[in-house]
Design a protein around this ligand. Structure first.
Ligand code: SAH
Length: 376
């Protein structure tokens, strides 16, 4: 869409009009409507990005499929913006912000992209309250480019944490403690204690837990599920799925699916692990997740972990108020997590207990919190 705008409206966007040059700098009442805009991220993102530029914003979010209400909402919105603007400014705002909403990493960003952002954004982006976010998304989280962009837009070199991609940031924060290993250990211990033989790892990512489970013969059937094909491919490579001895290979299966939709393949397990996944789900979608797991799949045991946001003050590299990973939609305090887990457990006939993972600080608790649910 951005490419199309820059081609079709090239002269208008550059502020060139041979016949009526006096109109180029005139602010006129303009309305732009994008019928289908993928908006990935928090609710109200269109307002957060367009309103500071002086637009009135109207958005309608569309269902994924009107015939299947339970599939929930899609990322697609119809967005209308209205304001008194120069035409070239409106087109430039759309040109820069459309890919920011989408956030799909479907092409490689190079230095050209940095130049485009600077040339199209220099007049307005530096005053925008979400400039870091816009630059990060536009430049697909490439730290060095984001740093350069911020330096050139606002003359500020001190944006390093903003410029680090989510995965690197989370890894850098957690590495010294090897929280990852402690978490895996705790999850495996809880699964072993539940005497589960058939386990499904929901949101298995690159398969770290699957590898641990595979090495323990208590677990007879192990299924890893993720929404990301890319993660499943990496998991398959790391686990050397194509080269496992037949006896091992028989125990393990990777499936592509989503926690948002009821799926027969999730049923019939003794236990499910949901490790560092729920904080990646949009809060309005949690209800769907609860139904899929606790009502439909309903394994005997559910081991679920999520960050404890109270602990974030202990990470020196994490600025106040930031999440540990750029894709986290929320991070809960212990009280928030326990309130959620207690409600879900009581609604669906489970008992839940809570365990800290990692260094348990007397004031802020542990970095990761775990809930172990047992069906009554
Ligand atoms: N459990 C893994 C990965 C955690 S990262 C680990 O501890 O290493 C979160 C994972 O959840 C990602 O792999 C992501 O693709 C997956 N995920 C996010 N939303 C999902 C959904 N709706 N359904 C299934 N998986 C999802």
């Amino acid at each position: 869409m951005s490419v199309a705008i820059s081609k079709v409206f090239r002269s208008a966007m550059s502020g060139i009009c041979n016949d009526r040059p006096e109109l180029v700098n005139r602010e006129i009442s303009l309305t732009a409507r994008i019928d289908v805009l993928p908006v990935r991220g928090a609710d109200g993102l269109a307002n957060r990005l367009f309103e500071p530029l002086g637009y009135e914003v109207e958005t309608i979010r569309h269902q994924l499929d009107s015939e299947f209400e339970e599939w929930g909402e899609s990322p697609y919105h119809s967005v209308t913006i209205h304001g008194t603007k120069r035409l070239s400014d409106l087109l430039t705002h759309l040109y820069v912000l459309i890919p920011v909403f989408d956030n799909q990493k479907h092409y490689f960003v190079s230095d050209d992209e940095l130049e485009k952002l600077i040339s199209k954004g220099e007049n307005w982006l530096k005053h925008h309250p979400e400039k870091d976010f816009v630059a990060r998304r536009y430049l697909k989280n490439r730290p060095s480019l984001v740093r350069q962009a911020m330096a050139r837009l606002v003359g500020d070199e001190e944006t390093s944490v903003e410029g680090v991609s989510g995965d690197q940031q989370e890894e850098r924060l957690e590495k010294p403690m090897s929280l990852n290993d402690q978490r895996l250990g705790a999850v495996v211990a809880a699964l072993k204690a539940s005497q589960a033989r058939q386990v499904i790892d929901l949101g298995c990512g690159e398969g770290k837990l699957l590898r641990e489970l595979l090495s323990d013969w208590q677990f007879e059937r192990i299924v890893g599920m993720d929404v990301s094909i890319r993660s499943l491919e990496i998991a398959s490579k790391r686990l050397k799925l194509d080269r496992l001895p037949p006896k091992q290979a028989e125990r393990l299966e990777l499936i592509h699916g989503s926690l948002m939709y009821r799926d027969k393949r999730f049923e019939g397990f003794d236990a499910a692990a949901v490790v560092e996944v729920i904080e990646h789900l949009d809060p309005p979608r949690l209800a769907a997740f609860e139904r899929v797991l606790f009502q439909d799949a309903k394994p005997k045991t559910i081991v679920l972990t999520t960050p404890n946001s109270e602990y974030n003050v202990m990470w020196e590299a994490l600025p106040a108020g930031q999440f540990r990973h750029s894709d986290h939609r929320f991070e809960w305090t212990r009280e928030e997590f326990q309130a959620w887990a207690n409600r879900v457990a009581s609604e669906h006939g489970y008992q839940v207990r809570f365990l800290p993972i990692g260094n348990d600080d007397p004031t802020v608790g542990s970095p990761t919190q775990m809930g172990v649910f047992d069906r009554e």
